[in-house]
Design a protein around this ligand. Sequence first.
Ligand code: NAD
Length: 423
Amino acid sequence: MSEEKLSSKISGFYKLPVEERIEFVKKFAGLTEDEASLFSKSLDIETADKMIENVLGTFDLPIGVAVNFLINGRDYIIPMAIEESSVVAAASNAAKIARVKGGFKAEASEPLMIGQIQLLNIEDTEGAVKKIMDHKKEILDVANAQDKILVSLGGGAKDLEIRILDSPLGKMIVTHLIVDVRDAMGANAVNTMVEALAPIFEDLTGGKVRLKILSNLADKRLARAKAVFDKETIGGEKVVDAFLESYTLATIDPYRAATHNKGIMNGIDAVVIATGNDWRAIEAGAHAYAARNGRYTSLTKYYKNEDGDLVGEIELPLALGIVGGAGNIHPKAVLCKKILGVKTSRELAEIIASLGLAQNFAALLALSTVGIQKGHMSLHAKNIAVMAGAKGDEIDLVADKLVEEGNIKLDRAKEILEEIRNN
Ligand code: NAD
């Protein structure tokens, strides 16, 4: 194992025993003994009981860390909570390749969220729009009166945008309240504001407000990441060309794009969950954004630069919080944010966009070369070994034999287990 001080670049991390991995993360992130001990603890039942209704217990996922990430010149190890094998390894490997040409460059826009107010039964559409816009300042003031903390931090309601939509029920005026939510995900903050505005919109226009709710198509809160993947490191010009051929299908075919973007979300969701964020919101935003031009397409873009290296880019909405929601309540989410060392929601978005790009790059590289199954197989074999009843050391013994024989089947795993136990 080689290690540079406070670098996230480490080889052979996966070979270390769990305790040594925790020790590395503890040192990297400056965790206390108590914090480090949290990895092996489940969410306590009292906390769980306050989070949702009708609680019976908790549901655990494995949590691991992706290593090797260099983003905007800073080293990160990235916690990921996920049940699918190979995702963490693939992200770490992609990050290692990206480091060769300087890692990821990422940026996130201002944290602007959209709250929608749907206005119906309007006779004079133009007149109603004018009334709303004439009272913009008053409307923004009422919205901002709902969240003094947000305003004190420089956030709050900033603008109004109006859309007029034709519908089977007639014209609807849909007003977007644009809210800077600073370091929150912002759904509660925005929903409180738009609900408070509903009576004002009815008084001003004589219409009826129906919906008043956040939009998850957070297209004013975008994160972008870019990386150059060195052509020699990935196997030369032929591999770059094969990669671009694979990628192109995702740009033209929604059947492929759905799977391509699912691979991106493998990584993104895992960090979103680990940091206590709302992954349904992130999923909804990502897929709606992928279809923004009328046809569902890839969230990433790849091309060759003048040196023949592969350049990858990603852009998607990322409505993430480092305050509020479950992220402040779940002790492991608090811990994961400490491991990341994030100071703002924008920084978290930059990390997660970079990870999404890494994940997508790793999947496409495997698909364009050895195929996806090779990497999946050894962890898959371990799952099959567990299904066959293997425990402790038996798991690796059975899994290794399954991989060696190239026959990763449950019935064979049961036979091998029996042989081991008989010996
Ligand atoms: P929240 O209300 O828990 O916290 C946000 C509040 O924290 C802000 O309004 C502000 O008053 C305060 N705050 C303190 N320090 C802050 C800082 N530095 N930056 C910003 N705000 C700060 O949470 P939220 O982010 O408004 O809402 C997120 C929750 O809403 C998530 O749990 C999500 O699951 C849920 N939700 C989502 C949807 C949706 O996605 N459609 C709808 C409803 C609820």
